[in-house]
Structures are given as structure tokens and as C-alpha cells.
Design a protein around this ligand. Structure first.
Ligand code: ADP
Ligand code: MG
Length: 248
């Protein structure tokens, strides 16, 4: 039996009575790469916010690796192993990619001074390995401000991975990227999914098709349907939600 990394039971999140998330139930296996799609306002961002502790459930539970996250702070949830990539990259533009990654690795070491003490050599390998994973070896030593938008996104993904999260949450990673960068981002997420559970929110259907194994469609704060890309694209309810009803 596959272990669940994330289980969400009957989750409701209300804002002044409006249910942005409405009795939503969802689960995902450890090691899965899952894509969530849904029209604007479907509740995708609120869904991520309720996993990371940015908003608290009005009803229901969020369970990460068997542990109820209720009442934990965003910081505590991050420390348990949930990393979130926001839409806008948050990297230090005046530092190089290598320095950005070193900073992230060192920050973790200070938090766990006794538990986690890599030798300086191991640390270098880690940063070098991350640079290779995110495809930035050739640009490792130029200021991050000179990177393209896509390269900044990859650097931020690298900084998340440096913190060794079990679950990576990625909100619209290819918005504003070139086609080539989009494909490379897909390859990066697929390779990260070999060693992490990855939950991606995305609108770009071609990109979803590139990476998706299983897709969950959100609509009005609930799960509308779930399945392979082909299954959800041919689902009448999904067609209606995305394209609207044909005029009569
Ligand atoms: P998505 O990311 O799928 O576009 P959101 O999760 O951002 O959707 O929003 C879902 C619904 O909840 C929208 O109707 C939005 O206006 C509403 N909403 C989101 N956050 C708040 C908030 N803090 N206060 C009130 N309404 C909100
Ligand atoms: Mg959103």
C-alpha cells in the first residue's frame, strides 16, 4: 500500500461566509507528481494556503504524513517538510545563484546545528549538485539579477529543494516563460518528482500534458473530477466549466 503524503478531509475555508473551499476531499501518495487545474476563482491558491497554514480551515482537516496540521504556524509547517514556490521568484538578485543556494543550505544548518552538519566538502557538492539539477552551472557565478525569468524560477526551485522538503507545492511555475523554458521547467519538475512529492498548480494545458500523471480539477472550491489528462479533458463537466455551455 502506498503511503499518503497528504490527506485533506472535508475541508471548508470561508471568507465572511463565502466558501472559497467547500467540503473538499483530496489525497496524494508519497512520491506522486500531481497537477491541479481549475478556472480562475476555483480556490486553487486558497487550497495551497490551507496546506501551508496561511489560512486556517473553517472545517475539516489537513493531514501531512499522518499529522494533523491544525493550529500549526506557517513556519512550523515548513519545518515539517512542506516547501512552497510562489509565482514571483524570491531570490537575492545581487547574489549569484551559487551564493543564493549556499545561503539556503547554511540557513538550514544553523537551525539544526547538531542534527545536520555536512562537511564543507559535502556542502559544496550539494550546491554543485543543485546547480546541475536546475541547469544553472554555466551561470552559477553571475548576479541572479541577470538571469532570465525562467532561470530565476529554477533558482528558486533549487533553493526550495536545498531545504529537503518532502512535499513541494508549486503555484503556476511557467507563467511568463518562453516555450523552451516551459519544457525545461517540466523536465525539472519530473526529475524532482523522483525524490519528492510534488503538487503543481497550472493553467498552461500543454505544460500540464507534458508533466501530468494524474490531474485534479477544482471548481467552486471542490474537486470536480480526477484522472489522467485524457480523462479529464474529455469529461463533460470539465468541458462545461472551461468552455461554458454551448448557446442554445
Ligand atoms: P484561484 O487561485 O483558483 O484563482 P483563489 O483561491 O485565489 O482561486 O480564490 C477562490 C475564491 O475565494 C475567489 O472567489 C476569491 O475571490 C475568494 N477569496 C480568496 N481569498 C480571499 C480572501 N482573503 N477574502 C475573501 N475572499 C477571498
Ligand atoms: Mg490563484
Amino acid at each position: 500500500m502506498n503511503q499518503k503524503v497528504l490527506e485533506i478531509e472535508n475541508l471548508t475555508v470561508s471568507f465572511d461566509g463565502f466558501k472559497a473551499i467547500n467540503n473538499l476531499t483530496f489525497s496524494m501518495d508519497a512520491g506522486e507528481l500531481r497537477v491541479i487545474i481549475g478556472p480562475n476563482g476555483a480556490g486553487k491558491t486558497t487550497f495551497l494556503d490551507s496546506i501551508t497554514g496561511k489560512v486556517q480551515p473553517t472545517e475539516g482537516r489537513v493531514i501531512f504524513k499522518g499529522r494533523n496540521l491544525r493550529k500549526l504556524s506557517e513556519y512550523q509547517i515548513a519545518r515539517l517538510g512542506i516547501g512552497r514556490k510562489f509565482q514571483t521568484p524570491r531570490v537575492y538578485l545581487n547574489l549569484t545563484p551559487r551564493e543564493n543556494l549556499e545561503l539556503t543550505c547554511n540557513r538550514d544548518k544553523n537551525v539544526f546545528p547538531t542534527l545536520f552538519k555536512p562537511s564543507p566538502a559535502a556542502e559544496k557538492r550539494t550546491v554543485a549538485g543543485l546547480l546541475e539539477t536546475i541547469g544553472l552551472i554555466a551561470k552559477a557565478d553571475i548576479p541572479a539579477g541577470l538571469l532570465s525569468h525562467g532561470e530565476k524560477q529554477w533558482l528558486e526551485i533549487g533553493m526550495l529543494v536545498a531545504q529537503s522538503p518532502d512535499l513541494l507545492l508549486v503555484d503556476e511555475p511557467v507563467a511568463g516563460l518562453t516555450d523552451e523554458e516551459t519544457t525545461q521547467t517540466g523536465d525539472l519538475l519530473i526529475s524532482l518528482a523522483e525524490s519528492h512529492s510534488v503538487l503543481v498548480i497550472e493553467h498552461d494545458m500543454e505544460f500540464v500534458r507534458q508533466i501530468a500523471q494524474k490531474v485534479t480539477v477544482l471548481h467552486q472550491g471542490s474537486v470536480l473530477c480526477e484522472g489522467t489528462m485524457d480523462e479529464v479533458q474529455n469529461d463533460d463537466r470539465v468541458i462545461e466549466v472551461y468552455l461554458g455551455k454551448p448557446e442554445e
